[in-house]
Design a protein around this ligand. Structure first.
Ligand SMILES: [Zn+2]
Ligand SMILES: [Zn+2]
Length: 405
């Protein structure tokens, strides 16, 4: 470790940059991490510029190089986070049995659903190989953290890491909340049109996730939805099925032992957590990439020019530390720019990007009014004019200007 190099870098940066606080944090943190040796050699002593909104976009490779110091991974911290969240999960499911009031049982079930989301977010990082520095350990931790959400690890890996991250908001590839064009919508059967209206009503993001993402594409998918077949897909499907079965059976035994209603016990201890989780993740993946300022593309050349790793993603800001409670999954621009940044450093990375690329990143303070307005405006998409439409084909947003250089 070359401390003098880092000291030099630190002083250079302090003289030249307004954002010294963020970069100083980066440097100081590296002194305490195993990965500091690698990163010290890549930390440039050159000041990192703040790119004026009128200047050409600097390009993903360069921007990623600025974030290299934030890619350092830890081992004990994420393991402790998983243990802590599993304790919360088991504690809240146990609370659904312990409380006698039906309302309290339901609330405990909702807390369990939220904690399933937290565990899933830890598993999401592991699946990106960004949770710890150890690949095999990440694969094991990811599978464990995915269990309560019944997420088959290898299928999530394909659908998310390859498809969603590789081609975000590129129609025909990225399927997550991909909008129909007016022509495509009009060619749908009346039943499918009705389902699309339900999905995009803003009321049931969990239904979309459950049907379109989990049931069709992750839980023993048919060849229509997953062309390739691998033994790992089946094993991961069986693993989450076994976990779900054990969960339901333990609840049934506990209902019998504690002389409680079997159906109420299963409803509050299993169904509510699972339904809440589906709503939470359905909402999260919708809000990450659906916004009137965010474009969809059906042409790979145009998509590539548009700096899609930054321009297609929303940073949704919550009050009351809700973002931190969700393990910073909403700091999504930094995550799309470099999936190697672990969740415990995403906030710094996002702050850094927003300071250095002012005006380039879609930042949206969350409110339910904003969410339902977005759901009202973003029904179909005009891929030529690059604007959102309602179900009658009327424009509901301004065309998104080209974002690239
Ligand atoms: Zn991801
Ligand atoms: Zn995303």
């Amino acid at each position: 470790m070359n401390y003098s190099l880092q000291g030099f870098a630190f002083n250079q940066i302090r003289r030249h940059l307004k954002s010294v606080r963020i970069l100083a944090t980066i440097v100081i943190r590296q002194d305490n991490t195993v990965t500091m040796v690698d990163h010290s050699t890549t930390l440039s002593p050159e000041p990192i510029p703040i790119i004026d909104p009128a200047e050409p976009f600097p390009g993903r490779k360069l921007v990623r190089s600025w974030l290299v110091p934030l890619c350092g991974k830890r081992t004990a911290l994420p393991i402790l986070m998983i243990i802590f969240d599993f304790a919360l999960f088991f504690g809240s499911v146990w609370a659904t049995l312990w409380f006698s009031s039906g309302i309290a049982k339901i609330l405990a079930g909702m807390v369990a659903g939220f904690v399933i989301g937290r565990l899933f977010i830890l598993g999401h990082d592991a699946c990106h190989q960004s949770l710890t520095p150890h690949r095999k350990l990440n694969r094991v931790l990811g599978r464990i953290a995915f269990l309560p959400s019944l997420t088959p690890y290898s299928l999530w890996d394909i659908g998310h890491n390859l498809v969603h991250h590789g081609q975000t908001n590129l129609k025909g590839f990225d399927f997550v909340w991909a909008p129909y064009s007016l022509e495509e919508y009009q060619a749908l059967s009346p039943g499918r049109q009705w389902l699309e209206r339900i999905y995009r009503s803003g009321m049931v993001p969990g239904l979309y996730y459950f049907v379109e993402m989990w049931w069709l594409r992750m839980y023993f998918p048919t060849k229509t939805y997953m062309g390739a077949q691998r033994p790992a897909f089946v094993w991961d499907g069986l693993l989450v099925s076994a976990f779900g079965l054990v969960w339901v059976v333990i609840l049934a035994v506990m209902a019998h032992v504690t002389h409680q209603s079997l159906w109420l016990t299963e409803f509050t201890g299993f169904l509510i957590p699972f339904v809440f989780w589906n709503f939470m993740i359905g909402f999260v993946v919708y809000a990450h990439h659906t916004h009137t300022r965010v474009a969809w593309y059906d042409n790979k050349v145009e998509w590539t020019k548009a700096q899609p790793f930054v321009s297609t993603t929303v940073h949704l800001i919550f009050r009351f530390k809700v973002g931190a409670l969700m393990h910073h999954i909403m700091e999504h621009t930094a995550h799309h720019l470099d999936m190697g940044i672990p969740l415990y450093r995403l906030k710094e990375a996002q702050d850094f990007l927003e300071n250095h690329l002012p005006g380039r990143i879609v930042v949206q303070p969350f409110s339910w009014a904003w969410y339902f307005k977005t759901a009202r405006l973003c029904k179909l998409y005009d891929f030529k004019s690059r604007c959102w439409l309602d179900f009658d084909g009327k424009r509901t947003s301004q065309p998104v200007a080209s974002f690239g250089a």
